[in-house]
Design a protein around this ligand. Structure first.
Ligand code: UGA
Length: 458
């Protein structure tokens, strides 16, 4: 099927590359000529596991190409995915100007029937506006336009895997024609008919559930899903605070709670709070959407407030341990908003760095992928070439992002470089007992039960 993708950010690139990988002909369009030039030369503007290989394979096979020309994206395609960004406006509402622009251009340049698919996260009822815009700007009388909502549920760092092995597909459609097109487009994924680039020997043992629904419900599913996940994390963070004060261990508590099938263990990891380009923005947007319907979503307002307080709590913990923060050197492990990405948008690590810098501390950090971006965003943060340099001379080391490689560091070497072996594990990702045995003073999040003392050798 001939497909176009408007916008080559995380969503657009992953959508384009994955659809090309399962056999479709994809043209990916972006207004930014520098980005398109990088992509045409085989580079990627972002780091995302498996994406570079997928883009290289599919461009070589002639199934994925890049352009700045919207006519190419409009004229050849049967389906066009709108993957432009929807940044937050100062009041929290989503800024939909790029969605409108993409719609208008597709309307003006389409030469045949076209299904426009909302892939970017948009407020409920955006589909109606897209339909109105198409009716206003369509140039050629022969073209029929359909609109659908097909929200993405991919996580950064796992995007290729999530796209090709989704938990579910949500198709918000207005008529059977749009449903048929989307079903055909996704058939290879639903039925597992593709060579998996992530797990070459993977076998799909069940068809992916497909929920066909109306446009407005599909749009709402996306905001409701992200808000619920953010709420779940915030709940775990709140329970962690209680655990800490009550002498209980959050890891044990979420294990016990998560074993209930109705709840599940996922997204109950307490820590420095959630960040990224989705949860914080989508929560605020959902509050605004609800406000327009007359509902005051106080629950989600509180989630935003509690999440924003997480880094201040960590500063407080450090203050309790170090007394005066001014002039002290603090190391940060992990700067990206989560592991396996170089994305630093709303990264809790950077919010923490800024707070510590404001206290007069010297902050140095290391991240396997996000160092350059982090330094650009917070120039006063010294970005180190490795974790050992980030620990050098530090009075405390804070693990902010749980990159797997941090679990296997040479902690004795790390400790040797530190002024004081204080380790605050902001993601409860390290082996607290082993570190305590090595002589570290270990603080965690919600770990009220003291670490097991090292076994005495007789
Ligand atoms: C999130 C959703 O998980 C995706 O389903 C959705 O498609 C995506 O937003 C989107 O709307 O585009 P993402 O932001 O990439 O994906 O990352 P997550 O893995 O959800 O993590 C978000 C934040 O929550 C990170 O800062 C992470 O550290 C934090 N988190 C996650 C926790 O603090 N605890 C947890 O248990 C899980």
């Amino acid at each position: 099927m001939r497909v176009s993708v408007i916008g080559t950010g995380y969503v657009g690139l992953v959508t384009g590359a994955c659809l090309a990988a399962v056999g479709h002909d994809v043209v990916a369009m972006d207004d930014n000529p520098a980005k398109i030039a990088v992509l045409r030369q085989g580079g990627l503007p972002i780091y995302e596991p498996h994406l570079a290989e997928l883009v290289a394979q599919t461009t070589r096979a002639g199934r994925l190409r890049f352009t700045t020309d919207v006519t190419e994206a409009a004229q050849d395609a049967a389906v066009s995915f709108i993957c432009v960004n929807t940044p937050p406006r100062p009041d929290g509402d989503a800024d939909l100007r790029y969605v409108e622009l993409a719609t208008r251009r597709l309307a003006e340049h389409a030469t045949g029937d076209l299904l426009l698919v909302e892939k970017s996260t948009v407020p409920v009822q955006t589909g109606q506006w897209i339909q109105k815009t198409l009716a206003l700007y369509a140039k050629r009388p022969g073209c029929t336009f359909d609109v659908a909502s097909n929200p993405e549920f991919t996580r950064e760092g796992m995007a290729v895997e999530d796209f090709l092995h989704p938990d579910r597909l949500v198709l918000g459609v207005a008529n059977p024609r749009a449903e048929a097109l989307l079903r055909e487009l996704y058939a290879p994924i639903v039925e597992g008919r593709f060579a998996c680039p992530v797990h070459p020997d993977c076998r799909v043992d069940r068809a992916v559930p497909v929920l066909v629904t109306d446009l407005a419900s599909a749009e709402l599913i996306k905001h409701a899903a992200n808000s619920f996940l953010a709420l779940k994390i915030t709940f775990a963070n709140a329970v962690a605070d209680v655990c800490e004060a009550a002498g209980a261990d959050i890891l044990e508590v979420v294990k016990g709670v998560g074993l209930d099938k109705r709840i599940g263990r996922a997204f109950l990891n307490a820590g420095l709070g959630f960040g990224g380009s989705c949860f914080p923005k989508d929560l605020r947007a959902f509050v605004k959407i609800a406000e327009r319907t007359g509902y005051d979503f106080t629950l989600l307002k509180e989630v935003t407030r509690l999440n924003a307080a997480r880094q201040a709590q960590v500063v407080e913990k450090l203050r309790r341990a170090l007394w005066i923060l001014e002039g002290k050197r603090i190391g940060l492990l992990g700067l990206a908003f989560k592991p396996h990405t170089d994305d630093i948008r709303e990264a809790p690590a950077l919010a923490l760095a800024q707070r510590l810098l404001a206290e007069g501390a010297t902050v140095q950090g290391y991240d396997p992928q996000a160092g350059a971006k982090a330094h650009e965003a917070v120039p006063a943060l010294t970005v180190c070439p490795d974790p050992y340099t980030a620990a050098q001379g530090a009075e405390a080391l804070v693990l902010c992002t749980e990159w797997p490689e941090f679990a296997t560091l040479d902690f004795a070497r790390l400790k040797a470089g530190m002024v004081r072996p204080l380790l605050l594990d902001g993601r409860n990702a390290l082996d607290r007992d082993a570190l305590t045995a090595l002589g570290f003073e270990v603080l965690g999040i919600g770990r009220g039960r003291p670490p097991v003392p090292p076994a005495r050798t007789p």
